[in-house]
Design a protein around this ligand. Structure first.
Ligand code: MLT
Length: 370
């Protein structure tokens, strides 16, 4: 190796360090190795300027993404499209508590009830896509397109999907004063009374609406429907005897069934529940083909960055594996979705397939919102 490059290789040319400081020394050392002939006093300044800006840009390139993704840096709001105290609210608050611990930020639950959950969903569809306004909604996301001709959002394009949360069984319940002891007796009574029977639900497209629709289809009798902004207030009126029947999720009825403040005749899923072991299945109660359970998902406005959605999916999966969430869900007759379902892909597939499933049912029932 010729003497000069040998000297360079050993880093002989450090004298310039004194003048321009440690950084300039290192830089000029590198530049020197690419050929002395190019170097003169004036270009040294030039090199210094270029290298300082290069370092600044490199530092910025490293710093900015890290800063941009320091999510979340403020409290997050999850919109529940039904009243406080109801089943969707209960599920959301349990999951939000655990997600908040993982994300290191408060999560505020905001109840925006009305129109079977479509008002709250529309609110989030139009919200800023910065990751600070989310939606936890259920099967209503997939029934709304068939029920609401002028729906102000499209569930297949206006949201980013975070993941499935849980799938909740329902029960067919009644006011505590109803004298009938079996579902068969209740069916006979409804068939005899027809619209004299007051059936409560949480608006068109709500889970309690769909269950009621399927029940009335199954027994061939129409009841009078009394809509609420959620089954939270509906169950209060059921306990008080203002309405006769309600089909609602176990997350909103289990405690009332246990303490006798409402009556229940059957669950709406094929197997008995450990949380309500005395309640028969539809097949045992005389409605063999009757089955409905309510899936729930977490959403962000469309355009929310993939990094934020991925962070939310991660936090959701951690919350659904949280011992406390698992125990509380089990006590209320449900279970968290498995991690494989708590993903954007699984939720998207569910939304799309359920729109296709419920469309014909709603069409056949001729049930449409004005
Ligand atoms: C609620 O949270 O009030 C319910 O989900 C209402 C319903 O869909 O029946």
């Amino acid at each position: 190796m010729p003497p000069l490059t040998h000297a360079l290789a050993r880093g002989a040319f450090f004298p310039c360090r004194a003048r321009h400081g440690r950084l300039s020394a290192a830089l000029s050392h590198r530049f020197i190795s690419t050929g002395l002939e190019e170097l003169d006093a004036s270009s040294e300044e030039d090199i210094m300027r270029k290298s300082i800006s290069a370092i600044a840009m490199t530092a910025a390139a490293i710093a900015v993404p890290a800063m941009a993704f320091a999510y979340p840096t403020q409290p997050i709001t999850i919109v529940v499209p039904f009243s406080a105290g109801g089943p969707t609210d209960t599920v959301t608050r349990l999951v939000a508590q655990s997600m908040s611990a993982e994300l290191g930020q408060n999560i505020v639950v905001e109840n925006v009830g009305g129109a079977g959950g479509t008002l709250g969903a529309a609110r989030v569809a139009q919200a800023r896509n910065d990751g600070y306004t989310l939606l936890l909604h259920h099967i209503g996301m997939s029934t709304a397109p068939s029920l609401y001709p002028n729906l102000p959002f499209d569930p297949t394009t206006d949201f980013e999907y975070v993941g499935l949360v849980t799938e909740v069984p329902m029960v067919i319940a009644a006011r505590p004063s109803l004298e009938h002891e079996t579902l068969a007796d209740v069916i006979a009574w409804v068939q005899a009374e027809g619209e004299g029977v007051l059936y409560a639900n949480a608006g068109m497209g709500a889970a309690s609406h769909l269950c009621g629709l399927l029940f009335m289809e199954a027994i061939g009798t129409q009841m009078t429907v009394i809509p609420y902004q959620g089954t939270g207030p509906a169950i209060t009126d059921l306990m008080g005897g203002q309405v006769d029947l309600l089909c609602d999720q176990t997350t909103n009825t289990t405690n009332q069934i246990r303490d006798g403040s409402i009556k229940a005749y059957a669950v709406t899923v094929p197997d008995r529940l450990d949380s309500l072991p005395d309640l028969p299945t539809p097949a045992e109660a005389g409605l063999p083909d009757f089955s409905v359970s309510i899936w729930h998902g977490l959403y962000a406005p469309s355009g929310t960055s993939p990094e934020i959605v991925a962070r939310l999916t991660e936090a959701l999966q951690i919350a659904l594996a949280d011992e406390n969430v698992i125990a509380r869900f089990a006590d209320l007759g449900t279970a968290p979705s498995p991690a494989s379902d708590a993903t954007p892909e699984a939720l998207q597939a569910k939304v799309v397939s359920e729109i296709a499933l419920w469309g014909p049912v709603i069409e056949a029932a001729g049930e449409f919102a004005n």
